[in-house]
Design a protein around this ligand. Structure first.
Ligand SMILES: [Zn+2]
Length: 473
């Protein structure tokens, strides 16, 4: 048995364990990336020559789990403001995605991962659906691995464009997709010391064929990897599905037999009561992206009804072209407030539930709750130290969960540990200079805008109340 090599001592630990214990004067001991002790300082095992992080006066939470992102969009912040999804995709995100190069994908994945880590996220799903060139998945994997974050590399794809909505450069032939999915699973599922895993990611009902959905199910089951897909995000998606298949996309996925507990359905904004029964009956998990749904005016996902039906729901930021950041602390507040106002029930999604969705429920929605999502012996050491008391925004602290969810901005995150490795210490990255990474990503972003022909969005005229979507063109 390896000895203790990392100790966090003295803080208040919000464990998110089954009893939701909050332990004061608490020590967490870790050995080779695994948590071995969580309990009173007075009973903690001897630290020996382990690295000791003093957490006195601070709070320790499990690393946050972001269940849906598109890291390449780190280069697209603010270009697609004030548009609904189809317009946003046609005029900005689609053309940008069609011009991605490997170096763009690597720098954006690194920069976006550092942003996530800086605000307390230790596990992120990257849904990478744009493959205008080969090997972009590999570039994303390099960026993720360099950051040190835990991640799920979702190999996304489109094998069918719908009436010209998807740029031809983003449509791949199905046999090529399946070959590359097999290659990506072989190469990256369990890579980076186990921090990297793979999922298959059909993009959305209007850009994939039924054959691709069936083949995805078959390969996922055979390889033991999960599936994730955008489902029922906008009325447009539903209308295409109804036109083609005579039913909504979730009902159609169910009719194909592709749903199951390893299926993470992203958004589920436009779902019916019957759809929620299907989600529950098939054990499907849901990724909730409140900020993105508000930003794109997509609607309000009926999350309270899903929770009542027992559907596991994780939280997410979505890509930074529709958020526009990777800050899960902000997303917890957005989730709680969105459902309070849409139901006029202040208890419908409490601060505590928002924190559950951002930790243990998110882990469960990814089938990773045996590894992460709470601070318990036997789990991986993905830990976040938050200095709430020292923040003008979060302090003075009466009830730490409230301060974290409703007051904090994200930069209260002081120390971040992933898999037992300290990546951020007192707000500073141990191995990266964020200014350097940002400069690199910024240069790539400007190059991408020039190649994609979206510079007009950077130079758009001022739009105030009463503007029409095409006023900026
Ligand atoms: Zn998405």
């Amino acid at each position: 048995v390896a000895g203790i090599d990392l100790v966090l001592r003295g803080g208040t630990v919000i464990t998110m364990d089954p009893g939701r214990r909050v332990v004061t004067d608490c020590t967490i001991a870790c050995s080779d990336g695994t948590i071995t002790y969580v309990g009173p300082d007075s009973e903690a095992p001897a630290a020996g020559d382990a690295v000791v992080v003093d957490t006195k006066g601070k709070y320790v939470i499990p690393g946050l789990v972001n269940t849906h992102s598109h890291l390449f969009q780190t280069m697209l912040k603010g270009l697609g403001d004030d548009r609904e999804l189809v317009d946003w995709f046609r005029c900005m995100t689609g053309p940008s995605a069609a011009h991605l190069r490997a170096e763009d994908c690597e720098t954006a994945a690194l920069c976006g991962s550092l942003e996530a880590l800086r605000s307390g996220t230790t596990c992120i799903v990257d849904f990478m659906y744009a493959h205008p060139r080969p090997a972009l998945t590999d570039a994303v994997a390099r960026g993720l691995t360099r950051s040190g974050i835990r991640s799920v590399l979702a190999r996304g794809f489109n094998d069918a464009g719908s009436a010209g909505d998807v740029p031809p450069a983003l449509v791949e032939p199905l046999d090529q997709i399946l070959d590359d999915c097999r290659r990506v699973i072989e190469l990256y599922h369990g890579a980076a010391g186990g921090r990297l895993t793979v999922r298959l990611a059909p993009c959305m009902i209007w850009s994939v064929s039924p054959e691709a959905l069936l083949a995805t199910r078959e390969l996922a089951t055979e390889a033991g990897v999960g599936i994730t897909m955008h489902v029922a995000e906008t009325p447009y998606e539903l209308s295409v599905s109804n036109e083609r298949y005579g039913m909504g996309d979730l009902a159609y996925l169910d009719s194909l037999g592709v749903l199951g507990p390893d299926f993470l359905a992203v958004h589920c904004v436009q779902v019916t009561e019957a759809d929620i029964e299907v989600l529950a009956a098939r054990g499907v998990c849901v990724s909730h992206n409140p900020t993105s749904n508000m930003y794109l005016a997509s609607g309000v996902a009926p999350i309270p009804a899903m929770l009542a039906a027992g559907v596991p729901v994780g939280l997410a930021c979505d890509g930074t072209a529709s958020n526009n950041n990777h800050n899960m602390i902000e997303s917890m507040k957005m989730a709680s407030l969105l459902h309070k106002v849409s139901t006029r029930d202040p208890l419908v999604l409490t601060g505590e539930k928002a924190l559950e969705m951002a930790t243990i429920d998110g882990a469960r929605s990814l089938g990773m709750d045996h590894l992460i999502g709470s601070i318990e012996p036997g789990k991986r050491a993905d830990l976040v130290v938050v200095d709430l008391e020292a923040s003008l925004f979060a302090g003075p602290v009466h009830y730490p969960v409230s301060s974290l969810v409703y007051s904090a901005l994200g930069d209260e995150v002081d120390t971040v540990v992933v898999d037992g490795r300290v990546l951020l210490e007192h707000g500073e990255f141990v191995e990266h200079d964020p200014r350097e990474v940002l400069a690199h990503c910024g240069a790539a972003a400007r190059g991408l805008v020039d190649r994609a022909g979206t510079a007009w969005l950077r130079e758009r005229p001022w739009r105030s109340v009463g503007a029409r979507p095409d006023d900026a063109r």
